[in-house]
Design a protein around this ligand. Sequence first.
Ligand code: PAF
Length: 324
Amino acid sequence: MRRVTTIADLRGALDDERRRGRTIALAPTLGALHEGHLANVRIAAGHADVVVVSVFVNPTQFDRADDLAAYPRTLEADEAALRSLGADAPAYVFAPSEAEMYPSSPRTTVHVAGVTEVLEGASRPGHFDGVATVVTKLFNIVGPDVAVFGRKDFQQNVVIGRFVADLDLPVRLVLTPTVREPDGLALSSRNRRLDADGRAAAAAIPKALRAAVRAAREDRTAGRAPDPTHVRAAALATLSAVPALTVGYVEVVDPDTLAPPDPAARGGEAAGPTTPPAGREPRPLLVTVAASVDGVRLIDNVEIGDTDDEDRLLAATEAATPHQ
Ligand code: PAF
C-alpha cells in the first residue's frame, strides 16, 4: 500500500497499472474510516485488480465552517485500518492536500439540478455541488473502471449517478449495503461525536426505519401496495417519541427521482392505499430520515420494495430488540 499525495504521481502510477492491463476501482472517502468504509474497500477489491482509496476532507461540500473544523483527520489511523485488510488492502491511498485539489479558488462546479434541491440539499446549500465537483475531479484524476459508494448516502448516490449518466463518464457505480452497529445504527464518522445519551437516542433512527418496513409489510399482508402515508407515519411516530432527537425530515420518495411517489406509477388512485395492476410490482419507495442529536446530524434510509434492503434492515434492528 502506497500513499500518494499529488495528482501527477497518482496519474503516473495508474497509467503504469493500466499499461499492465489492470483494472482500477476507486473508493472515495473523507477519511475517519470505520468498518463501513473497510467493507467498501473489500467490495472494491472484488471488482478490480487495483484499488485506490482517496482520503480527502473536501472543504467545498461542508456548508458550516464548524462542521468542517470538527471533521476528524486521522490519516495514520486510516492507513493502519486499510493495511489490516491484508490481501484486500488498497494498492494506493490518495491523500492530497487542499492546495493540490484546489490550487486556486475554483470557478467551475458540477451542479445537478432537481435531485440536489430536496432532502439534504434543502438544508445544506451547496453541499451537493461540492460533492459532485470533487467526485468528478476524483474520477478524472483516477480514471476508475468502477467506483464504490455506500447506500447510506442514498441522495449522494442519486446525484453521482445522474452526472455520470448526463456527462457520459465511463465509470460503473457499485452501491454497497449500509454497515450497522449491533443496535442497527448506521456506521458514520459522525457517531464518534455523540455522548452516551446521544448515542442511545440515535438508536431510534434505525428503529424508525424498521417501523416503516413493518408498516409496508402490513400493507402487503392486507393485499395492497405499501402506502407512502402509512409508511411515513410509522417512521415519524418512532422518531417523535424520542425528545433528544430533532427530526430534520422523514420522507417517502421515489428512489430514482427523490420526488414524491407518483400514485399512477404505483398503480392506484391519488388518494388512499394503492394496488398495482395485476402482475406488476409497485415502484419501490425510499424512506429517508435525517435527525440531529446534540447538533450532530445523522441520516439513514431503507428502500421499500428492495427485499434485500428491507431484510438487512430488519435483521440488523431485530437482533438487538426482538420484541419492540
Ligand atoms: O461520502 C463521502 O464520504 C464524500 O461525500 C465523498 C464521496 C468522499 C466526496 O467527498
